[in-house]
Design a protein around this ligand. Sequence first.
Ligand code: ZN
Length: 297
Amino acid sequence: METETSRVGHVFGARIICLAAVALAFLNSSARTGANTEGAQAQGASSLTPRKLIALTFDDGPRPYVLVGRKSEEGGPAPGLLDLLDREKVKATFFVLGFRLADAANDYCRKIDVGINCREAVEEEHRRGHEIENHTYGHGPFSRMKERYGEEWTLNDIDRASRIIQSVTGERPRYVRPPDWDIWPELRERIEARGYSVMMKSIGKTKEPPAREDVDTQDYIFTNLPESKLPIETLRKYVLERLEQRERKGVYTHILVFHELPLSTTALGTLIPELKQHGYQFLLLRDYMKVVAPAPK
Ligand SMILES: [Zn+2]
């Protein structure tokens, strides 16, 4: 029995040495090959290296004039978000509103006409390899909707958005971001029981693990700043400062929440290259989650 135990101990010890060797080899190889090994790192030893990752997400779309770009107010060309992401080889995640994908929204979506409707804009996002997720059908804040129509209504609103998104992409969304992060534990549980993960911001008593929480860039506030207050620069600085604060706490993985806004597109033209210089890699939310918060089931 003792012999057996010591043999087990020996084998176990050998395994630890073996694992340590693999870890060292991995660290060396990832240091040598850097960003080129992103796929392999995401699959394999995510716990071994502090990777600097960003899941770039955009709410409230689709807004074709932001995605495709158009003439700016001064008459010059304004960049399209999709072309910017292509140029930077960045894949992003779009939390869209279901009602925009219905035929009834065509006129609304083409108010600023760039030649495609909202549904076509989502088709284009999907075609270019971006992820489409659920920001509800109508963007009604859950607590107000519950008061008015009952909690069941909010669940139906989420499912309704999923159905119309799936009719465009062929895939059922996996993540739900509640409008204005208006959510409570019981409703979260009910949404998650339907097979979704709920995106949360750490507010008040709600504390999410740092890698899993939404980092609000507040672009919707900065976009209303008067021109004299330089909204683009304000947004750029705010994002960099938020990330530095998180890094000081040892957090190097972030879910950044922007909106489909011209301001955000312009700011990201500078921010994406800057963040890459800081060593960040960008990835789809679903791939990001595989690395930072593997599903328990
Ligand atoms: Zn929203």
